[in-house]
Design a protein around this ligand. Structure first.
Ligand SMILES: [Ca+2]
Ligand SMILES: [Ca+2]
Length: 296
């Protein structure tokens, strides 16, 4: 009986370990056929399997052995028309529910004028929206050119209350952002330009938390909220659904020089976050998230 007992304990531990490492999806962004696009306007481009070493851009941080090196999806909007263009890409046939995590590597380049464009993504995507108005989403400018560079959206409800953000501001100039993202490679401090940044979206119970992470694994919380909270005038945020990657030029000005302003996305990964069978949901979730991060 004793031996049986310890085998059972071992089996349970193995189960938790497997669950904690359960990767539900990964895409190195080389196969356009695996992705759908919903777009507003026609002046936009997404190029899968794009070799970003051509732009002098280094390998994305979460690339794995066996991945085609320096290849990812290049995202562009309002290339020549002088009109607002935005689009969402999403992996075909995917649906994620419960507790889960989306991570992807992103890079943003910008030119010398007319450059303020947004990149982002989210969880709970409905599969049909072109704009960032479906699920728990977050977008940011690459150049800090807006008064509101960091933007959370809850099923399309734009969170304009600065105090709802971890940084107490949406502007790149806030110390919260500039201290984490000092100017590098010609970037604007407080903005994710000219560098690889990993975006992370988590839903644990009702809690949505969104982070950015640098290649040295330092992290910055962007926002955390209860997805059922409607006191801000939103209807809450949907978290069951697909993942989304978003790119926009919300301004009509055309970036110059041509080809200077674009986003790159690589290594899109979804992990299941194991739900505790018993105990406090919130406490158990946080503890497991820690375990989950440590074991990856
Ligand atoms: Ca890649
Ligand atoms: Ca700004």
């Amino acid at each position: 009986m004793k031996l049986f007992g310890s085998i059972r304990v071992g089996a349970v531990v193995t189960c938790v370990s497997l669950a904690a490492n359960a990767q539900l999806f990964r895409d190195p962004m080389t196969n356009a056929a695996a992705w759908g696009v919903n777009a507003n306007g026609s002046d936009w481009a997404v190029t899968f399997n794009y070799d970003y070493s051509a732009d002098g851009i280094p390998e994305a941080p979460n690339t794995l052995p066996g991945d085609a090196p320096t290849r990812g999806a290049r995202l562009e909007a309002n290339l020549f028309s002088g009109t607002v263009n935005y689009f969402t890409i999403f992996p075909l046939g995917q649906n994620f529910t419960g507790w889960w995590q989306l991570r992807f590597d992103a890079w943003m380049n910008f030119g010398t004028s007319g450059t303020t464009e947004f990149l982002g993504g989210g969880i709970g995507y409905n599969g049909t929206s072109a704009d960032a108005n479906s699920g728990a989403q977050f977008i940011a400018t690459g150049d800090g050119g807006s008064a509101a560079d960091w933007r959370a959206l809850k099923d399309g409800f734009y969170v304009t209350d600065d105090t709802a953000y971890a940084g107490g501001s949406r502007d790149n100039t806030a110390p919260y952002y500039t201290s984490f993202l000092p100017s590098v490679n010609g970037s604007v401090a407080g903005s994710p330009g000219f560098q690889w940044i990993t975006w992370e979206f988590n839903v644990i119970g009702n809690q949505v938390s969104i982070y950015i992470e640098k290649p040295d694994l330092s992290r910055l919380l962007l926002i955390q909220y209860d997805k059922t909270f409607t006191g801000d005038g939103s209807g809450g945020a949907t978290t069951d659904g697909n993942l989304s990657i978003f790119y926009a030029d919300y301004s009509t000005s055309i970036a110059s020089p041509p080809g200077s302003t674009f986003g790159l996305v690589d290594n899109v990964v979804v992990w299941m976050i194991p739900e505790p069978a018993t105990g406090s949901l919130a406490l158990g979730g946080l503890g497991l998230l820690w375990l989950f991060r440590r074991r990856r």
